[in-house]
Each structure stands twice: as C-alpha cells, then as structure tokens.
Design a binder for this molecule. Structure first.
Ligand code: PEP
Ligand code: MN
Length: 344
C-alpha cells in the first residue's frame, strides 16, 4: 500500500500519516519526489485500514500495490534512481550509459590487469571489473586471488582513476570487500542468497545484483527489494542471460526484453552483461548494441590481456585490441542515443 500525499501537504500532515502507520506496528518508507511525497507502507497490511488513512489531511490517495516488490517499484518511486560516485560518475535515469570492463578474474599478473585498465580508461570507460572471489562450477577451477586480487584492483584504480566493481560471495567477506570496492557485485549464483542480500542492505556502498540463471524478472526484482528494504537504496540490476534451450550457440540466453521491462516497472538502473549473456566474443558487439538501444544504463564486458590463457572465461573475453574496436562503436552509439526521449 502507498499513500500519495497532496503536492501541498505539510511536514506535519506527512508526520501524522507516518505516526498512524507506525502506531499499527508497520514500517514506512518516505519518498520525496519533485512534486509529490509518497509514503510506502511496509509490513502486514491487514493491520491497517486504507479508508482510515484516506481521511487524513493532506492525503491525495491510497493505492494498494499489486506487485510483490514495493520499494523498487515505480509505483512507489516514480523518479529514476541515479547512483552517483565520488568522482561524479552517475548510473541510471537519463545519464549516459556507463561501461564496466575488465577480466573475469583478477590474476597474478598485475601488469596484465593494468594494461586492460589503461585500455578501458582510454576508451572512456568508468569502471574496472574483476573477480577476486570467483564462484566456479568446479572446486578444481581457479578460485580467485581473494584479498591480493582486491589490492590489485585498488592499485589499478589508483593508476587509472577507474572505479572498481568486484564480486562478493560470502556475507563474512563484506567488510573486506567494502574496503576496496566501489560497487559490490552479487553474482548470478548468489542472487537468492537472502542472508547476504540482507547484510548488503546495511552497507553504504552500491550493490549490483546479477540475475540468477533461472530467475524470473519478479524474483530478480525481489532480490533487489531485499537490499533496499534492509536500508540500502543504491542497487543496480544486471541482466546476464538466463538458462536457455540452446547451448550449441550460446552459453546463456540474453534477455534483452528485461531491460525495458525493468525500466517500466522499477526505478532502479539496469545494466547488461553481454559477455556472460552469450559466452561468445563475436556476440558481444551486437548484443551490447541491442542492450543500449533497449535502454540499458550500461554494459559490463569481459576483457583480458591474453584471453587464450585466462584463468576463467577466456572464450568470451575480448582481447585489448578487440575491445578497443568494439568500445569505439559502442561509444558512437551511446553518443547517438536521444537522452531526452524517456521512452527510449
Ligand atoms: C562475473 O561477472 O564474473 C560472473 C561470475 O558473472 P555471473 O555471476 O553473471 O555468472
Ligand atoms: Mn566471467
């Protein structure tokens, strides 16, 4: 349920509504938009009667929200969430789409990582990606450099100015990863690690949640709801493909339609990872373009200084040269997008 206040509602009137809801043992989330203030009611709605709230001074209407997700829904917050970083980079809304680039895993060769980071910087990217904790299907595969990898990322940030996106795999490691990362990435396999999502709600860094390989959009949005409900409004969604029926040609099926769907039903930024979404180098450019045209707020692309010898995901990683060539084309497309057209 949400309570939409009149544009001229006073702070006192808003306070009366909030006090009433809280007196019934429910929680509120107040959203002060440009024109209207919306009070979202969170908790067991049977404890409250919507008609009684309707009679409060300053209340325009009381709406019952049908969707199971509330805080991430556009019905609760009409304006796009735009996440701003210390260096002025922004993700979301009508901001220029961002590009996150880097290797799948951070590896022992720091110089290799730095080469990739410098190329990303040169191509105007804003973020360096790289996993220090790797979720691998087999326990015998490379598991990541852990803190050493985080240190490498921080060092590359220092040398290039790029912001760092890296994966968090365990609730226990949150303080450690927070020390180094600008965005904490929840991998597809952890999208429904609810304990970790709750804990990420209590940090003050943005969280990027990747869509689970078999997750519906509703489940994806509910994963984000966990983080926002627990106190962290800075959530980015990342479409990275879902399990399809055709493994002959692609690793996953990239759900490009998820982009406009999420933009319609949620105010959160949505970025697309065409690398994991397809598993094939040659598909990164066309699917990256498709994602941008569909309205993605950014792309995440795997790039390696020596893809044939990468510790993970070499087959879908671009070489530095390939990346530069594709980034040029993506930048050209980004430059052409009409940012004033909200229906883009
Ligand atoms: C990754 O981005 O390195 C990764 C492991 O992706 P996903 O969780 O989408 O498989
Ligand atoms: Mn990968």
């Amino acid at each position: 349920m949400i309570v939409v206040m009149e544009p001229k509602a006073t702070e006192e009137q808003i306070g009366q509504v909030v006090d009433y809801i809280q007196s019934k043992g429910l929680r509120v989330n107040i959203n002060r938009g440009e024109h209207l203030t919306v009070v979202a009611v969170l908790g067991d709605k049977t404890k409250i009667n919507s008609t009684s709230i309707n009679t409060f001074e300053g209340v325009r209407e009381v709406k019952v929200i049908q969707e199971p997700y509330k805080l991430v829904s556009r019905s609760t917050k009409e304006e796009d969430t735009i996440i701003e970083f210390k260096n002025g980079v922004k993700i979301g809304g009508l901001e220029r789409p961002v590009i996150m680039a880097g290797p799948c895993s951070v590896e022992k060769d720091y110089e290799g990582l730095l080469k990739v980071a410098k190329a990303a910087r040169e191509m105007g990217c804003q973020f360096l990606r790289g996993g220090a904790f790797k979720p691998r299907t087999s326990p015998y595969d490379f598991q990541g450099l852990e803190e050493k990898g985080l240190e490498y990322l921080a060092q590359a940030r220092k040398e290039t100015g790029l912001l760092v996106v890296t994966e968090i795999m365990d609730t226990m490691d949150i303080p450690l990863v927070c020390k180094y990362a600008d965005i904490l990435q929840v991998g597809a396999r952890n999208m429904q690690n609810f304990k970790m999502l709750k804990a990420l709600g209590r940090i003050d860094k943005p969280v990027m949640i990747k869509r689970g390989p078999a997750a519906t959009i509703r489940e994806f949005l509910l994963a984000a709801e966990y983080v926002v409900y627990n106190g962290n409004p800075n959530v980015i969604l990342c479409e990275r493909g879902i399990k399809g029926i055709d493994n002959d040609f692609t690793r996953n099926t990239l759900d490009v339609a998820a982009v406009p769907i999420i933009r319609k039903y949620s105010h959160l930024p949505i970025i697309v990872d065409p690398s994991h979404g397809t598993g094939k180098r040659y598909l990164i450019e066309p699917m990256g373009k498709a994602a941008l045209i569909a309205g993605a707020h950014g792309l995440m692309i795997e790039v390696h200084h020596d893809p044939d010898h990468a510790s993970s995901d070499g087959a879908q990683s671009l070489s530095i040269e390939q990346f530069k060539d594709i980034a040029k084309k993506l930048n050209k497309l980004i430059g052409r997008i009409d940012y004033d057209n909200k229906n883009m």
